[in-house]
Design a protein around this ligand. Structure first.
Ligand code: CP
Ligand code: NVA
Length: 312
C-alpha cells in the first residue's frame, strides 16, 4: 500500500480542518452549482455495492456525472466477487482501470484490505462498523441550520450501530456533545465510544438523551443483514421510538435527522419524520453535495478552483 494515497474509510482518515473545509465546500457547491465545473472529466469511480442502496448509489453516480466523470455500479451478483474472487484481487484490478473505488459491504476489515492494495482512493460507503459519508451530509445539514455544529448537543436514540459509530467519531472531530440512548445490549462498540471520549455520554432513557438537545437522530432498529433479528429487536427497542412527546423535550428549535430508509411507526413516528422539525430530505440531498466535495478533494487535479486539499 502506498501511504500517500488518501482513503476515506472513516472520518479520521481526513484531518479535522479538511473535514471542516469539506462541509463548507459542500455548502458552496450546493448554493452555486457551476455546470462548467467539471474537474473529474475522464475519471471513473468503481462502485462496489454488496448491500442495497438508494441514496448512496444515486448520490455518488450523480456526483461523478455532475463533476464531469463517470461511475460504474458493481454488485457481487454480477461480478466475480459473488463467485469468490478475493476482494484484494478485485481492488488491484479496479484500481488499474478506475480513479477511485467506493465500497459498501459488511466488512470494514475487507475495505481496509482493499485500500491496502489499491493504487487509488477507496471510499467507505457503509460497513458494519461505520458510515462516514453519511456524517458529512449530516454535519452539513446541521451547519446549514445553525451556522455551526460546535458546542451543539445531539441526541442519538436507538441502536448503537454503524451510523451511531460515525456520529461518535464526528462528535470528537467537530467538537459537539453526543448523548446516546440505547436499550441494554445495543450500546455502540467500546472502541468507538473511546474515540468520542468526553464528547459522548451513554444513557439508558431516551428522555435523558433528548432533554434540551438541538438535534435528535435515530436509525432503523434492524440494519441490513439483521433482518432475522427484526422481531426480537422490535421488542427490545419498545420505548425508543422518536415521537412528538420525546421531541417536546428537545430544544424548541431542535431538528430531527435520520439517514433513511426509515420505518414509520418503529424508530420514528410519521408525525415527527413528516413534521416541521424534520430535516431528513435536506439531509438526504446533502449526500450529493458532500460527496461532490469529497470526490473533488480526492480526485480533482491539483490547483482545481475551490477544491479542498486533504493533507490538512
Ligand atoms: N442513508 C443511506 O446510506 O441510504 P441508502 O442505503 O439508500 O444508500
Ligand atoms: N444502519 C443502517 C443504515 C442504512 C443506511 C444499515 O446498516 O442498514
Amino acid at each position: 500500500m502506498s501511504s500517500s494515497i488518501p482513503h476515506f474509510l472513516r472520518l479520521a482518515d481526513v484531518p479535522p480542518q479538511a473535514l471542516e473545509a469539506l462541509i463548507q465546500r459542500a455548502i458552496v457547491l450546493k448554493r452555486a452549482p457551476e455546470p462548467t465545473h467539471r474537474p473529474l472529466t475522464g475519471q471513473t469511480l468503481a462502485m462496489v455495492f454488496a448491500k442495497s442502496s438508494t441514496r448512496t448509489r444515486v448520490s455518488f453516480e450523480a456526483a461523478m456525472a455532475q463533476l464531469g466523470g463517470h461511475a460504474i455500479f458493481l454488485s457481487p451478483r454480477d461480478t466475480q466477487l459473488g463467485r469468490g474472487e478475493p476482494v484484494e484481487d478485485t481492488a488491484r484490478v479496479l484500481s488499474s482501470m478506475c480513479n477511485a473505488i467506493m465500497v459498501r459491504n459488511d466488512s470494514q476489515a475487507q475495505q481496509e484490505a482493499m485500500a491496502a492494495v489499491s493504487s487509488v482512493p477507496v471510499i467507505n460507503a457503509l460497513s458494519e462498523q461505520c458510515h462516514p459519508c453519511q456524517l458529512l451530509a449530516d454535519i452539513q445539514t446541521i451547519v446549514e441550520h445553525r451556522g455551526s455544529v460546535r458546542g451543539v448537543t445531539v441526541a442519538w436514540v436507538g441502536d448503537g450501530n454503524n451510523v451511531c459509530h460515525s456520529w461518535l467519531e464526528a462528535a470528537r472531530v467537530f467538537d459537539f456533545q453526543l448523548r446516546v440512548a440505547t436499550p441494554e445490549g445495543f450500546e455502540p462498540d467500546a472502541a468507538w465510544l473511546d474515540v468520542a471520549g468526553d464528547c459522548a455520554q451513554l444513557v439508558r432513557a431516551p428522555a435523558q438523551a433528548v432533554e434540551g438537545a438541538q438535534v435528535v437522530v435515530t436509525d432503523v432498529w434492524a440494519s441490513m443483514g439483521q433482518e432475522a433479528e427484526q422481531e426480537a429487536r422490535t421488542a427490545a427497542f419498545a420505548g425508543y421510538c422518536v415521537d412528538n412527546a420525546l421531541m417536546r423535550r428537545a430544544a424548541a428549535d431542535a431538528i430531527f435527522l435520520h439517514c433513511l430508509p426509515a420505518h414509520r411507526g418503529e424508530e420514528v413516528t410519521a408525525d415527527v419524520i413528516d413534521g416541521p422539525q424534520s430535516r431528513v430530505w435536506q439531509e438526504a440531498e446533502n449526500r450529493l453535495h458532500a460527496q461532490k466535495a469529497l470526490l473533488e478533494a480526492l480526485l480533482a487535479p491539483p490547483g482545481t478552483t475551490g477544491a479542498v486539499t486533504l493533507d490538512g
